[in-house]
Design a protein around this ligand. Structure first.
Ligand code: DX5
Ligand code: ZN
Length: 229
């Protein structure tokens, strides 16, 4: 299938936690349609971040698409709560032991976009049986839990594989990358076949945000990528 338009999804984790609504408004002011919201449980990952109340209150201030990344050991217990709070996309990890397929179908049944996430060391084959069930595959390009880490370059091969499978089998999932995405590594991911870039530190710290966004959105992909499938 043809390329999907590139989406940049700034991660609120790198925003101002004492003024999250302002961080969301900043994303809106730059005409970006998505904001990425990382939810952590201190168990699946060694950190804590936002809860459903955070989404609920931000929902009152914004119409942005809430791309909600659940880094939870038991995500199935929280899907309804985050749906009610205002998430439009809910992405869960493949690694924990829980009824994954059932949970993805439940997310779709709620009218939301189900996503499946893979840690850097998790192979693409683990999610292959689920690819017809999801609207997004998130390839972690750092170990989840913290912003500001370095991009793990070996994940590029997995992005290529996910793109090859999508093109060959006419799947419809977006391919999202998350962690250490800069103007440079973001471009590498786009060339490898990703279409959705989570940018935490690099967006919120960029002195010239329009230039940063422009570098990622105005890139020219080779025709083999644009026309694949
Ligand atoms: C890490 C989170 C990321 C994080 C990315 O567990 O999933 O979304 O915010 O931050 P940067 O872009 O700073 O690596
Ligand atoms: Zn994330």
């Amino acid at each position: 299938m043809p390329s999907q338009p590139t989406i940049i999804a700034p991660s609120l984790l790198a925003g101002n936690h004492a003024a999250l609504a302002e961080s969301v408004a900043l994303v809106e002011r730059h005409d970006l349609p998505w904001v990425h919201i990382d939810v952590m449980d201190g168990h699946f990952v060694p950190n804590l971040s936002f809860g459903p109340r955070t989404l609920h209150d931000l929902r009152e201030t914004s119409k942005l698409y809430f791309d909600t990344h659940l880094m939870l050991s038991e995500p199935h217990r929280y899907v309804d709560i985050f749906a009610d709070a205002g998430a439009q996309g809910i992405t869960i990890h493949i690694e924990p032991d829980f009824p994954c397929l059932e949970t993805l179908r439940h997310i779709r049944g709620l009218g939301l976009v189900p996503g499946i996430a893979l840690n850097p060391e998790t192979s693409a084959e683990r999610v292959r049986p689920l690819l017809g069930e999801v609207g997004l595959v998130l390839a972690m390009t750092v170990h989840p839990g913290f912003g500001g880490q370095h991009f793990i370059r070996s994940v590029i091969r997995k992005i290529q594989t996910l793109r090859e499978w999508r093109d060959a089998e006419n799947f419809h999932y977006r391919i999202e990358v998350d962690g250490g995405i800069t103007a440079e590594t973001g471009l590498d991911c786009l060339w490898a076949g990703a279409d959705t870039l989570v940018t935490g530190t690099s967006f919120f710290k960029a002195a010239d945000k329009p230039a940063f966004i422009g570098q990622l959105l105005a890139h020219r992909l080779p025709s083999s990528v644009l026309d694949a499938g």
